[in-house]
Design a binder for this molecule. Structure first.
Ligand code: ARG
Length: 281
């Protein structure tokens, strides 16, 4: 398994901010951070999910909403940031086993995942069906998806959501089931659509906002929301010392407008929300 560490953030403002931000001596606060070693916040992500995290095409740098947020959290907590890039489906295990302290990877908070990690919800996301722009008029009601091939990453919460959709909206209405085409990633699902092997795919709306900007009209979102789950930063269960720091940083970033600015710079200002621990019930 390849571990790419990119250094980011800065510890320059560290001590002063840690003291003022927490209102407690830095030493005792940090002693509770079982997983944070030497003032380093180790962040896991899978950078194949624009605009949340991706590698910039020209510079190959790690960029995106989550990266900007993490940089800001690093500044505000005085922790130095180190990234570990992994496959999306390995991230939860990584945080459980202390390989990383926290996951910022456009990860949906779900009740299922809460069994093994805690989430600090920080962004309102929805999952949407999308099709090639030229075909969008064909999809006006839910049942128009029934019997169609729909590509979806099997590692994401969009997959069980599509299974439920097929059962409820298609089979439940006496229509043919959706032909679910499972893929390894959202990008692979998009390729199925591009190559005509699937008529539709599912992705977070923010991803489609990104592609609309990059390639106007190529794709179109159709029908209603398939999922309505916030993205959360995942920590080990019960790591309250870290959670408190991150929640505080989010609250401050929200209050002073930094969070909105970051989201707007990626055209996803609609996702602004207050940080909540395990908000999905
Ligand atoms: N929101 C979806 C989920 O949590 C997909 C996230 C994929 N993220 C990524 N960085 N590849 O299941």
């Amino acid at each position: 398994m390849k571990k790419n560490i990119l250094k980011g953030g800065t510890a320059v403002l560290g001590l002063a901010l840690a003291l003022t931000a927490c209102g407690a001596p830095a030493k005792s606060a940090d002693a509770k951070l079982s997983t944070i070693k030497d003032g380093v916040l180790s962040v896991g992500l899978s950078p194949d999910f624009p605009p949340m995290e991706y590698l910039d095409e020209s510079s190959n740098q790690l960029v995106g909403v989550d990266v900007d947020i993490v940089t800001e959290i690093g500044k505000r907590t005085g922790l130095k940031v180190e990234y570990t890039q992994q496959k999306f489906d390995q991230l939860i295990n990584s945080v459980r086993t202390d390989r990383v302290d926290i996951v910022f990877s456009g990860m949906s908070d779900t009740v299922e995942r809460q069994k093994t990690v805690d989430f600090i919800d920080y962004f309102k996301s929805v999952g949407r069906f999308y099709v090639l722009g030229a075909n969008k008029a064909k999809y006006t009601q839910d049942t128009d998806i029934c019997g169609q091939s729909v590509a979806v990453s099997s590692k994401t919460d969009y997959y069980p959501a599509l299974q439920r959709f097929s059962k409820d909206k298609c089979e439940g209405a006496g229509k043919p089931a959706v032909n679910i085409v499972p893929t390894d990633s959202g990008a692979a699902a998009r390729l199925q659509l591009d190559q005509g092997r699937a008529q539709a795919a599912i992705q977070g709306a923010e991803n489609l906002v990104y592609f609309e900007k990059k390639n106007p009209g190529k794709y179109a979102m159709v029908l209603g929301n398939v999922t309505e789950l916030p993205f959360g930063a995942a920590t080990k269960k019960g790591n309250t010392a870290l959670q408190d720091k991150v929640v505080k940083a989010f609250q401050d970033m929200k209050a002073d407008g930094t969070l909105k600015k970051i989201l707007d710079s990626h055209n996803v200002g609609y996702g602004l929300t207050d940080p909540v621990l395990n908000g999905v019930k």
